[in-house]
Design a protein around this ligand. Structure first.
Ligand code: AMP
Length: 183
């Protein structure tokens, strides 16, 4: 079946919802994990997802995408080629070879850190943050801080999946785009 639903948000959401598997109590009790592997295993579904995300991101007139390790890379890479935009990677500590800017952020237990090449973000340019799921928003907020610290403008943050009951979008001052919203 060919899926050409990128221009129809409700149809896109229905297709993607059917390709996201709920896994209760993973990785720990009480978490309902949104498993995206069925979506990745569906060439038509994945293409629809990238095309629809592309439409949403295009509207914000961005200069480059900033994808977050590691599941953000899965969506950021095809989206960058689809839109013909540079892909900037935000990585876990110690992975990037040149001079980096880093940001620490709070996890439920403890702290984590993310890094970007300091020369990858150009002051005054507009960026779209890309990740797989917007949950509490802590990770995307940290990346927004990183971009802003280097003088970049966060034009939007885009996710295939948003867990609206965790209110992640309230932590971001940039517009949020998501294709499937779980309430
Ligand atoms: P957060 O910082 O809370 O917005 O979540 C950051 C990352 O955690 C996202 O990039 C997701 O990869 C992952 N994540 C959080 N909650 C879930 C969930 N319920 N299902 C799948 N992934 C999740």
């Amino acid at each position: 079946m060919m899926l050409n639903a990128a221009d129809n948000p409700a149809e896109t959401a229905a297709i993607l919802t059917g390709l996201i598997r709920d896994v209760p109590d993973f990785p720990k009790p009480g978490i309902l994990f949104k498993d995206i592997t069925p979506l990745l295993e569906s060439p038509d579904g994945f293409r629809t997802c990238i095309a629809a995300l592309g439409e949403r991101v295009r509207a914000h007139g961005v200069t480059a995408l900033v994808a977050i390790e590691s599941r953000g890379f899965i969506f950021g890479a095809p989206l960058a080629t689809h839109l013909g935009l540079p892909l900037i990677v935000v990585r876990k500590p110690g992975k990037l070879p040149r001079r980096t800017e880093s940001v620490s952020y709070q996890l439920e237990y403890g702290e984590d850190r993310l890094e970007v090449h300091a020369d990858a973000i150009v002051a005054g340019s507009r960026y779209a943050i890309i990740d797989d799921v917007l949950a509490t928003g802590g990770t995307a907020e940290a990346v927004a801080t990183l971009i802003a610290r280097l003088g970049g403008i966060v034009a939007c943050a885009a996710f295939p999946i948003e867990l609206a009951f965790l209110s992640g979008r309230a932590r971001l001052s940039a517009p949020v785009e998501s294709l499937v919203v779980f309430r």
